[in-house]
Design a protein around this ligand. Structure first.
Ligand code: DGL
Length: 277
């Protein structure tokens, strides 16, 4: 009798052409990752999910964030059968990426502070990093610093006020200039900050405030992970059929009055259907 060997390598069927890529954040910050993804894969069907009931993550404990993110992604994966999930949130990724990968059997792409590329481009060797309070205290960030920026001067600052400012701007409002100025002043007060030539935006909300931040750090190059994440997703899905047959879905965890003001920004990104989980 011939010896039959079964290989598991290619055993799962390719995803259906309309199987979505799930892009997840606590709020609208992940739209900066979606923008980069649209440039890379314009035909990819997407579900953009925002845990608005849990926003802001940056002020929560590690245990709370891990439980929320793993639980929500599990529910969303069951309901929407995505081909891949992207945690478009530094806070959630630096805390829960490993746990989510353990429980979901689809590829998971996370977002981590862009310390490596920042270390490659800095000329002065001084890098400013702004993120949420929960992100900047993570061991994950210590490891990135030790691995890629051990010979650099990395100044980390928690900038929780910028999350609400970015949310307000995306709703068509004016971001609080005082909050942005206070954040910049706090960074500039750190020892050695006058040498900062590279600013890591370690929260996906912050590229939404790129112009405002540039006013305070005119000489610094801002760097975030969005383009790299989009390239990684394109690599992991290469060869897969993709069709956007209907408008994409923006999914929220709570219905509230503020959602209506988000519509223009969502529709501009092809997210024409709004649903509540
Ligand atoms: N956008 C999220 C990040 O990248 C955090 C915003 C929040 O505090 O919920 O960290």
């Amino acid at each position: 009798m011939p010896h039959v060997r079964f290989s598991m390598a290619n055993s799962s069927p390719p995803p259906a052409a309309d199987a979505p890529i799930l892009v997840f954040d606590s709020g609208v910050g992940g739209l900066t990752v979606l923008d980069a993804l649209r440039r890379e894969l314009p035909d990819a069907p997407v579900i953009y999910a925002a845990d608005n009931a849990g926003l802001p993550y940056g002020e929560k404990s590690e245990a709370e964030i891990a439980a929320r993110v793993a639980g929500l992604l599990g529910r969303m994966a069951e309901r929407f059968r995505p081909r891949l999930a992207c945690i478009a949130c530094n806070t959630a990724s630096t805390i829960a990426l490993g746990m989510v990968r353990d429980v979901l059997n689809i590829p998971i792409v996370g977002t981590v502070p862009a310390i490596k590329p920042a270390a490659e481009i800095t000329r002065t060797g001084t890098i400013g990093l702004i993120g949420t309070g929960a992100t900047i205290r993570q061991a994950y960030v210590d490891r990135l610093e030790a691995e890629f920026a051990a010979d650099k001067h990395l100044l980390r600052l928690a900038a929780p006020g910028l999350v609400a400012a970015a949310e307000a701007k995306l709703r068509g409002g004016t971001p609080d200039a005082g909050v942005i100025a206070d954040t910049a002043a706090a960074m500039k007060a750190m020892a050695g900050a006058e040498n900062i030539d590279t600013l890591v935006l370690a929260c996906t909300h912050f590229p939404l405030l790129s112009e405002e931040l540039a006013e305070h750090f005119p000489g610094a190059r801002q760097i975030d992970g969005a383009a790299g994440i989009a390239r990684r997703i394109a690599f992991l899905t290469q060869g897969q059929a993709m069709i956007r047959s209907a408008g994409d879905i923006a999914l929220f965890t709570r219905a509230d009055d503020k959602l209506a003001s988000l519509r223009p920004a969502l529709e501009a990104r092809g997210l024409s259907r709004m649903e509540i989980l």
